[in-house]
Design a protein around this ligand. Structure first.
Ligand code: AMP
Ligand code: MG
Length: 357
């Protein structure tokens, strides 16, 4: 049976930070802000506490968690440190980079889904750092959403998903990056990005040379294909409406989105578009969510999950979205958009040539 709580939403003060730290020390869960998304934390060394995370989120037990630390000294009790990790930690910690390292036996199996590696990150958000320091523990924390939903980037979104399920949420404002951390595997040959995020492939290569991308970042797993990162197997980031990505030249995409929206409306769908700021005026006949400037993928990353949640709140059943080149931060954006759409993509040219639309 899951416990039930009167969930406290608290601004971070010295007092509430200590209250949150005491809850974590007592084996309870606390949601807290990080620069990527909000995390749902538990003492990583306490198996029972970590099990509560899986219950509160409805997360499958074979999807491992990231362990958060505030000081590199804490690594001694958690994992071995591969030589390549050292320059990466120097360059990108604290920040949105998670590194897989060989685990020590102090980390319970529930944290790593019994894998031989543990994922570790040092967040840069001051509230996360203060909380980690105050409790003095490594904290296992996935994103603080119900499993399958877009990750929360505001305390209010955490409240929507976690009300009654956890004792406390610390409110640190809207997460700056807006997408989860980059997950990098250093334990199996060439360093491999399992999940793209705020630290891009190009940034990593600037420090350690060649880095490769896991195959399923921009496509679904093939039948029988093993997920290097177990999280890749699951439906993720998806709002209730069906998201369709529209590809092609800018002009064709805008015309195709209009046709698709009109056809969806004619079929009784509650329909909307997701478009870049520059294109919003041209689509003003329809309900449009503004993805930010086409020139700044960081802006789209920052807004994306809140927009996906808003489409759900607004009851949208059909959602058509523009895409961006999968380069730099655009790769992380397209990974999340692709998964939100279950990789459902149409070509603008095909749409424009379709006599039924
Ligand atoms: P979340 O905490 O919701 O951001 O998810 C953490 C991500 O890191 C998931 O995609 C996990 O599958 C991945 N992950 C965590 N630990 C490991 C590990 N030991 N090996 C591979 N992937 C991992
Ligand atoms: Mg997550």
């Amino acid at each position: 049976m899951m416990k039930s709580y009167q969930t406290l939403l608290a601004s971070p003060t010295q007092e509430t930070l200590y209250q949150a730290a005491r809850l974590l020390q007592a084996g309870e869960l606390v949601a807290f802000p990080t620069e990527t998304v909000y995390g749902l934390g538990a003492n990583a060394l306490n198996e029972q506490a970590v099990l509560e995370i899986f219950k509160a989120k409805g997360r499958p037990a074979d999807n491992p968690l990231i362990v958060h630390i505030w000081d590199a000294k804490q690594l001694d009790g958690i994992c071995e440190v591969p030589p390549l990790a050292v320059p990466l930690m120097d360059a990108f910690w604290p920040g949105p980079l998670t590194i897989l390292m060989p685990r020590l036996s102090s980390i319970p199996d529930v944290v790593t889904a019994s894998l031989p590696t543990v994922a570790v990150r040092m967040p840069s958000h001051p509230v996360a750092r203060q909380l980690l320091q105050a409790c003095g523990l490594p904290i296992a924390a996935p994103s603080a959403n119900l499993s399958g939903k877009p990750s929360p980037t505001t305390a209010q979104s955490v409240m929507e998903d976690m009300r009654g399920r956890i004792p406390m949420i610390l409110d640190g404002g809207q997460s700056e990056v807006g997408l989860e951390s980059t997950v990098l595997d250093l334990c199996h040959g060439t360093p491999t990005i399992l999940r793209p995020g705020g630290v891009t492939k190009e940034m990593l290569e600037g420090v350690i040379g060649q880095v490769q991308l896991a195959g399923s970042i921009l496509r679904p797993l093939k039948e029988g294909e093993q997920a290097l990162s177990p999280g890749m197997r699951y439906r993720h980031y998806a709002p209730k409406g069906q998201v369709t990505l529209v590809e092609g030249t800018q002009e064709n995409v805008l015309s195709a989105m209009r046709s698709l929206a009109r056809a969806a409306q004619a079929h009784g769908e509650t329909c909307c578009l997701m478009a870049f700021s520059e294109h919003v005026p041209a689509l003003s006949d329809f309900r449009v969510y503004d993805l930010g400037s086409v020139l700044h993928p960081e802006e789209t990353a920052h807004r994306l999950f809140e927009i996906l949640r808003k489409t759900e709140e607004d009851g949208m059943s059909a959602i058509f979205s523009e895409v961006m080149p999968p380069q730099g931060m655009g790769l992380a954006v397209m990974n999340r958009l692709g998964r939100a759409a279950s990789f459902h993509t149409v070509s603008a040219l095909d749409v424009l040539g379709d006599p039924e639309l």
